[in-house]
Ligand binder design. Structure first.
Ligand SMILES: Cc1ncc(COP(=O)(O)O)c(C=O)c1O
Length: 480
């Protein structure tokens, strides 16, 4: 029995197994690294094992994985937590599979693509929460309580509301207010908290979804913690409607050969965060404050901060997500990112015409922040002057959903010229980035108004995502 949060049961079991220097007559086929020729792979191969005695079984955990699960739940204030080895996406899939086919769920129109694959798997019916974008940046920052309230009033059969918080840009949604409304109706609130696995460990960061009253939250542990890619966790609160079904759904979606290095890295990260997370996050918080101010003092640059909470729906923000825009210099975000990479070997998370997104972590030290700041200063110094304001895309028209994402996925499809597509049902998605809000998803009617919008984006220089034929001369529709 492991009682201390400072222990990491899965990691310890791997060390114990390694310490007996076993002759490995079991999977995986590299046989403890014998089959790897490169040093890097040899290094991690000792931990890359299968379910030998002492290492438990993710699908019916009773020993070290069960202990680690208990410690994880405690650290996150959850009733139950599950380890995920296929990213936050698999937690989102499992949450949808805890509902029945044709159940209605409210989801943000700009939700991560895993929501759409989850609806294909589960046959859940989406009711989309329209998202508005913040006009300066051209991206959506949050759903609003107002939007959720009115959709709940109009759709009495809804079984759950599934929102995203924080956004990719670090902005937090009004979870507490939404939780109150949702629970008055006796339904569930689920949160895609993929980018917020660190929130539970420092009060200056947005309040974690579970503490705000959500019934379940998914954390992409690999996104913000020292966890290997794909490592994620699914947490549920006491009021979650069906944990047995959720667990079965996770098992159904998960490989029978889960990666022990991923599991152990989640286990270790939890122990690390309980022991040192607060002080590490405090240092990062102070650096973020200091460098936001410094970047805001650079001529022509703006690093978003407290003013974000002035936008409707935004209740807080992750200080480690730096959204830097360039209102007073004659250079685009894309060019800045290009020069940061080419001249300073700095790679940011995302670059758009109007801004860049730098994801800082609690492991970046003062010297890293300074390096980023100096590079930003040097790159932009030579571009003083106001840049022509690039227009942002118009908001797509409201969708007319005729088929569930699942039925649309299963249906036969054919390609037709765009000009002949009015009145047809779309067989593929179309979005422009930014704002990344889909104009069309499979199963939705291509109305005259929507066709007009498609022509507008086709004739613009906007970046079109989704269609097989990206010039949009033709489009995939449901055949029949
Ligand atoms: C908001 C959001 N949700 C979910 C996901 C899926 O996470 P993963 O890549 O861990 O499956 C992402 C990935 O970027 C994301 O940005």
């Amino acid at each position: 029995m492991f009682n201390s949060q400072w222990e990491a049961p899965i990691y310890k079991a791997l060390c114990d197994y390694q310490s007996i220097a076993p002759l490995r007559l079991h999977m995986p086929g590299h046989a403890g690294g014998l089959g790897f020729e490169t040093g890097e792979f040899k290094l991690i191969s000792g931990f890359d094992v299968t379910e030998v005695p002492g290492l438990d079984d993710l699908h019916m955990s009773q020993e070290v994985i069960e202990e680690a699960r208990r410690l994880l739940a405690k650290a996150y204030g959850a009733q139950e937590s599950l380890f995920l080895v296929n990213g936050a996406s698999s937690g989102i899939h499992a949450l949808f599979l805890s509902f029945n086919p044709d159940d209605e769920v409210l989801v943000p129109r700009n939700a991560h693509r895993s929501f759409f694959s989850a609806m294909v798997l589960s046959a859940v019916r989406p009711i989309y929460i329209p998202v508005e974008y913040q006009p300066e940046l051209g991206v959506a920052l949050s759903v609003t309580g107002r939007q959720v309230d009115s959709l709940l009033a109009e759709n009495p059969r809804v079984k759950a509301v599934f929102i995203t918080s924080p956004s990719y840009f670090g902005t937090a949604a009004p979870i507490e207010a939404i939780a109150q409304k949702v629970h008055q109706k006796g339904i569930q609130l689920l949160v895609d908290e993929a980018h917020g696995a660190h929130f539970a460990f420092h009060a200056a960061y947005p309040t974690p979804a579970l503490h705000c009253g959500a019934d379940a939250a998914v954390n992409g542990m690999h996104k913000t913690l020292p966890v290997l890619n794909q490592g994620a966790a699914l947490h549920v609160a006491e009021g979650f409607h069906d944990f047995t079904r959720l667990r079965a759904a996770c098992s159904l979606l998960t490989t029978t050969s889960p990666s022990y290095p991923i599991l152990a890295s989640i286990d270790l990260a939890r122990a690390f965060m309980v022991e040192k997370g607060e002080s590490q996050l405090e240092t990062a918080y102070q650096l973020a404050r200091q460098y936001r101010e410094k970047i805001n003092n650079l001529p022509g640059l703006h690093c978003y901060g407290d003013e974000l909470t002035g936008f409707e729906g935004v209740t807080g923000y992750d200080p480690l997500k730096l959204v830097v825009s360039f209102p007073g210099v004659t250079v685009s975000g894309r060019e800045v990112a290009h020069q940061l990479r080419e001249q300073y070997a700095i790679q940011v998370e995302m670059a758009q015409e109007k801004f860049i997104l730098a994801m800082m972590s609690m492991f970046h030290e003062a010297a890293h922040w300074e390096r980023f700041y100096q590079a930003l200063k040097n790159v932009t110094a030579v571009y003083q002057g106001r840049r022509e304001n690039t227009p942002i895309a118009k908001v797509p028209v409201n969708p007319t959903v005729l088929m569930t994402p699942r039925d649309a996925f299963m249906a036969r499809k054919k390609q037709v010229p765009l000009k002949e597509s009015a009145g047809c049902i779309a067989g593929e998605s179309v979005a422009v980035y930014p704002p990344g809000i889909p104009a069309l998803l499979p199963g939705e009617l291509i109305t005259e108004e929507l066709l007009e919008y498609l022509y507008y984006i086709k004739n613009s220089k906007l970046q079109i995502q989704g269609p097989r034929e990206s010039s949009l001369n033709s489009i995939l529709i449901i055949d029949g």
